[in-house]
Design a protein around this ligand. Sequence first.
Ligand SMILES: Nc1ncnc2c1ncn2[C@@H]1O[C@H](COP(=O)(O)OP(=O)(O)O)[C@@H](O)[C@H]1O
Ligand SMILES: [Mg+2]
Length: 265
Amino acid sequence: MADGLELTGVSVAYAGRRVVDDVSLQVRPGTIVGLVGESGSGKTTLARAVVGTVGLAGGTVHLDGTPLARRRSRTERRAVQLVQQDPYASLNPLLTVGRVLDELLRVHRLAERRIASDTAGAPDAGAWRRARCAELMGLVGLEADTLGRYPRQLSGGQRQRVAIARALAVEPRILVADEPTSALDVTVQRTVLDVLVGLSARVGLGVLLISHDLSVIHAACDDVAVLREGRIVEHAPAARFFTHPSDPYSRRLLQAVPRLPERAP
Ligand SMILES: Nc1ncnc2c1ncn2[C@@H]1O[C@H](COP(=O)(O)OP(=O)(O)O)[C@@H](O)[C@H]1O
Ligand SMILES: [Mg+2]
């Protein structure tokens, strides 16, 4: 089985009702796969299945060829991180950004792991964590002084970038972003999407980008999967999907989008 995330025949049911039905999907390192579907199509449920917060009624989730069980080890939980729509709800208002990141690095002993595997002269753990926090800000395009701010002092777009930095802090292989830009203005959406595109290319992160909005998918994704009533009705490279969608439902979704930037045929 190949590197990255691989879902095979994944189904999820709530009280006997299947809301995700036989979904197969791959997210390779360094690529962004868009999952698009209308409200209620099962996108968030699929995200939960990937991160293990809901059990499967069928199918398997593999990471780098290894099956992930519902109950995951700490290492497995680190490997697949979730970013949700509303970063404000998930950021502790009493802690500065730097404090949040530092705590995470501490809890997961990431400095100690790195220093132990470092053959060149090892810095102390505190210095390593400070440097890593600054590096994380850089990865999401925020100034290092953001580390001293509280969530309420940040804009929506900055908060979402902090949420991405927090997910990255634990060095995941896969990031699942569930409607990460839905609460943001269109211009700010673009900066957050550009961060995801940059990360997939620079650190080889695999991203499952979930959105009801095809213009979001268009701006960021290498591949597109269309979810309709819990089933994948089309899965294609983005260039082909946006020029020659094969499924009638995909065509209807595309016709409903007012205007997409031109793409080469
Ligand atoms: N915890 C839950 N219990 C029961 N039904 C749920 C639960 N969460 C979602 N659903 C139902 O599952 C379906 C898919 O929901 P969801 O995965 O949130 O879709 P989406 O994210 O695409 O809007 C919807 O019909 C929704 O009402
Ligand atoms: Mg949802």
